[in-house]
Design a binder for this molecule. Sequence first.
Ligand code: CP
Ligand code: NVA
Length: 332
Amino acid sequence: MSGRSSRVIPRRSHSSGPAFGKDLLTVGAIPRSEIVRLLRAAARLKTMQRQGVSYQPLLGTTLGLLFEKPSTRTRVSFEAGINQLGGQSLFLSATDIQLSRGESIADTARMLSLYMDGLVIRTYDHAIAEEWARHATIPVINGLTDLCHPCQVLSDLLTISEKKGSLKGLKIGYVGDGNNVANSLIEATAKVGMSISLGCPSGYEPDQRILDLAREEAALTRATIEITENPHVAVKEADVVYTDVWISMGREREQSRRLKALAPYQLNERLLSRARRDAIVMHCLPAHRGQEITAGVLDGPQSVVVEQAENRLHMQKAILLELLGGKKVKGK
Ligand code: CP
Ligand code: NVA
């Protein structure tokens, strides 16, 4: 099968461009209705792939990936995804291009926009991703910043809806570092009407501005957001129990302080027993068995981390269709 993206994501009649702007930098910037649309599209793309259906509406497009931090899942799932949709990828290591010798983001973004159709950025400060988006005339997708990891969490919503049948009214218990993944989870749960309780030690809470904005959103969807220092409170009766690494990329120098502060927040069998019996266990990976999560829990029957990683591919294909699918394909 071939054809335009409209066969998987119906275009809105009143607009020819993506409904949430040129770029995807945060989940908070995506309207709730668009999250639902992305989830539906991702589910359809997953079914099509399972059925061996070839669907290449992005033929002739090029997706650049500019990564300043390591990556396995994000890089490979975006590269595979654009290829499956008929396009091609170009991986750019920040150390190999003139950026490393002082060329500005503004100049680089303008140049890359002439050669490519979209750009995935993985960087440190979120303001850097915003700068790329400001200067690029092509869509910029956040492949992880210190502040948030939107593609991860949008994919996670797909996994949760597959496992639980719906999203609204469910409770996520997140334990550990209030990091980029936690911040995106807060934004996403508030949008879709899920409750979230975060068990984090003092000094490792999520971003305050994200919390404030998400609380406004949560008031509309009847979601709740709780921050507690008690990990048992966070996972109590949870439908989904989620954790992530204690030492995110760029935080290596804080290792000993973090290991000490976060030790009581390990997701182990005892902590998991506080959640609902049918709770699923999630982790964005890579994981450190014996640190933030025990091997028994990560590899146990409640863990869905493998499907979670697979769903990166399907959700990101939906994102690529949404952001790149509306443009006139070169040479056509
Ligand atoms: N979860 C995730 O983003 O993994 P990578 O760092 O391997 O891309
Ligand atoms: N919080 C982790 C996520 C890795 C995918 C980090 O930023 O390193």
